[in-house]
Design a protein around this ligand. Structure first.
Ligand code: GAP
Length: 439
C-alpha cells in the first residue's frame, strides 16, 4: 500500500503498466479497441501467478474441487435457459446533445440534471441494453445458428454438471471450478482493467444440500477473505458488503461482495452468491435431461444447491497492483516499488554483476536458476542503484549482486526489496533462499 504522502492513483498504475510492459492497449497501432487489453511479458506472468494461487487455494480446501475448462461459445438454448437472453442487460441512456452513452444506474448520472460531459439536459428514455455478444455459427443464418460468447464461465459448469458427476464419482458437498474468458458488451468500460469487455473469471460453483447452503456460504466468505489476506492484501482495504434485494442478479437469493478500497471508491472485487438450484433446474427444464443426483442416505434424487465464488483475474490483477504500489525516497532519489507477494511477483529474482567484467560467472548462476524453473532476470546495464530501482518497480523480491569478493568466497549479496537489507549468502544456497521466499 502506498505511504500516506504518496497516494496511488489510477494514472500511476496505468503508466507503470505501459512503461514496464505489464499491459498494452489492444491494437494500439490501430487506435485500440475500447474495453479490451493485451498483457505483456510481466503482465502475462503476473496473471498466471494469480491463477495458480487461486487454483492452489481451491485445491487446499477440505472438500473435493474439480477443475474444468469449458468452451467460450455456447448455443442460444443454453443462454435462454440460464435466463441471460432475457435478463442480462443494463439500463442505458443517451445524451441527445453530445451523443454520449451512459449506464443509467451509474452513480455519476442523474437524469434530473444535465449531462456530465456537455452540461446540456437532453436525455433519451432509459432502455435495456443486452450485454451478451451474439454471433452466428456455421454458414446458414437463423435462430438455430445463433451462439453467444459466454458472459460468465459459470454456465459451462452447470451444463457439464452431470458429466463431471458421472465421470468422477463425486458426492455432495463438492465444487467445480474454472478459469476462463468471459465477454460482456459493457456500455461504458472504464477504470482500466476494472470494467472490461473481454476479461477472465475464476469461478467456483460449490454444490451442497439446500439445508447446508447457509453454513457453506459463511465458510466460503471466510475462505475467500483469507485468500486475499494470504496474497498480502492490506486487510484495511477489504470489506464485505451484502447485496440489497433490488440489486441481486436474477439467479441469486442472497449475495455478498468482497469489496476493495480502490482509489475510485469501494468496489466489488468478488461476488459470493447463493444461486439456489436455479441454474440446474433451468437446464433440466429446457434440455429435458435429468441433472439430479441420487442420495443413498435418503434413497432420493435431488437437485443440489449452489454457492458461487466469482472473481475476475483482471480485477484481481488491478487490486494487487494498487495494493502493492509504494513510493519512497532512497538517498534523495524517488523510488517506485511494487511490494508484491513473492508468490505472485512476475520475476522472482535478478542477478546483477557489479561490473561487466564479472558477467561470465554471474550468467552461470542465472542460467542455473533458469534451468531450475525460476523466472529471473539478468541485468548488467547502468549503475547498481538504477538496476535495483528497475527491479523494485516490477516487484522483484530480491536481487543477487555478484561482486569481486564473490570470485573468492563464492557468495553474493542478497538485497531485499522491502527491507533494503543486504546479506551475503552462498551461491549454492540461492535456490533454497528462493524456495523459502516462495513458500
Ligand atoms: N457468475 C457470476 C458473475 O459473473 P458478476 O458479479 O457479474 O457475477 C463476477 O461477476 C466477477 O467477475 C466480478 O466480481 C468481477 O471481479 C469480474 N467481472 C465482472 N464483470 C467484469 C468486467 N466487465 N470486467 C472485468 N471484470 C469483471
Amino acid at each position: 500500500m502506498a505511504s500516506e504522502n504518496t497516494p496511488v492513483t489510477l494514472e500511476k498504475i496505468v503508466s507503470l503498466c505501459k512503461r514496464r510492459g505489464f499491459v498494452y492497449q489492444t491494437a494500439e497501432i490501430y487506435s485500440g479497441l475500447n474495453g479490451v487489453y493485451d498483457f505483456g511479458p510481466l503482465g502475462a506472468q503476473l496473471k498466471i501467478n494469480i491463477k495458480n494461487s487461486w487454483l492452489k487455494d481451491m485445491n487446499s480446501q477440505p472438500e473435493e474441487i474439480l477443475l474444468i475448462d469449458g468452451s467460450i461459445l455456447g448455443p442460444f438454448d443454453e443462454w435462454k435457459a440460464s435466463g441471460h437472453v432475457d435478463s442480462f442487460a443494463d439500463p442505458m441512456v443517451d445524451c441527445q446533445n453530445c451523443k454520449r452513452r451512459f449506464r443509467a444506474d451509474d452513480p455519476d448520472i442523474d437524469l434530473n440534471k444535465t449531462c456530465p460531459v456537455c452540461r446540456v439536459k437532453n436525455w433519451t428514455d432509459v432502455r435495456q441494453f443486452k450485454l451478451m455478444f451474439e454471433t452466428q455459427v456455421g454458414a446458414v443464418a437463423g435462430q438455430s445458428s445463433i451462439a453467444f460468447l459466454r458472459p460468465e464461465t459459470a454456465q459451462s459448469i452447470f451444463i457439464n454438471f452431470k458429466n463431471v458427476v458421472t465421470s468422477n464419482r463425486v458426492k455432495v458437498p463438492f465444487g467445480i471450478s474454472q478459469i476462463g474468458k468471459a465477454f460482456r458488451n459493457e456500455i461504458t468500460p472504464k477504470q482500466f482493467l476494472f470494467r472490461l469487455r473481454e476479461f477472465e473469471q475464476m469461478e467456483l460453483e460449490f454444490f451442497c444440500k439446500e439445508e447446508n447452503s447457509r453454513e457453506f456460504f459463511e465458510k466460503w466468505l471466510e475462505r475467500r477473505n483469507n485468500f486475499y489476506l494470504n496474497l498480502g492484501i492490506n486487510p484495511k482495504n477489504i470489506r464485505f458488503r451484502e447485496h440489497e434485494k433490488d440489486e441481486l442478479a436474477h439467479y441469486s437469493k442472497y449475495c455478498t461482495d468482497i469489496e476493495y478500497n480502490f482509489p475510485f471508491g469501494w468496489k466489488e472485487l468478488e461476488g459470493i452468491a447463493y444461486r439456489t438450484n436455479y441454474d440446474l433446474s433451468q437446464h433440466i427444464k429446457h434440455s429435458g435431461k435429468d441433472l439430479s443426483i441420487f442420495d443413498p442416505q435418503t434413497n432420493e434424487s435431488f437437485v443440489p444447491h449452489v454457492i458461487e465464488c466469482s472473481v475476475g483475474v483482471d480485477r484481481t490483477f488491478l487490486t494487487i497492483l494498487f495494493d502493492a504500489y509504494y513510493e519512497d525516497e532512497i538517498e534523495g532519489e524517488k523510488r517506485i516499488c511494487l511490494k508484491l507477494n513473492p508468490k505472485v511477483a512476475p520475476v522472482k529474482a535478478a542477478i546483477l554483476p557489479l561490473v561487466k567484467k564479472l558477467n561470465e560467472p554471474a550468467i552461470k548462476i542465472y542460467q542455473e536458476l533458469k534451468k531450475s524453473g525460476f523466472v529471473i532476470q539478468f541485468d548488467e546495464s547502468g549503475s547498481i542503484g538504477k538496476r535495483y530501482r528497475r527491479q523494485d518497480e516490477i516487484g522483484t523480491p530480491v536481487c543477487f549482486t555478484f561482486d569481486f569478493d564473490s570470485l573468492q568466497d563464492q557468495k553474493v549479496t542478497a538485497r531485499n526489496r522491502d527491507t533494503l537489507e543486504q546479506n551475503r549468502i552462498s551461491i549454492d544456497q540461492i535456490k533454497n533462499y528462493l524456495n523459502d521466499l516462495l513458500k
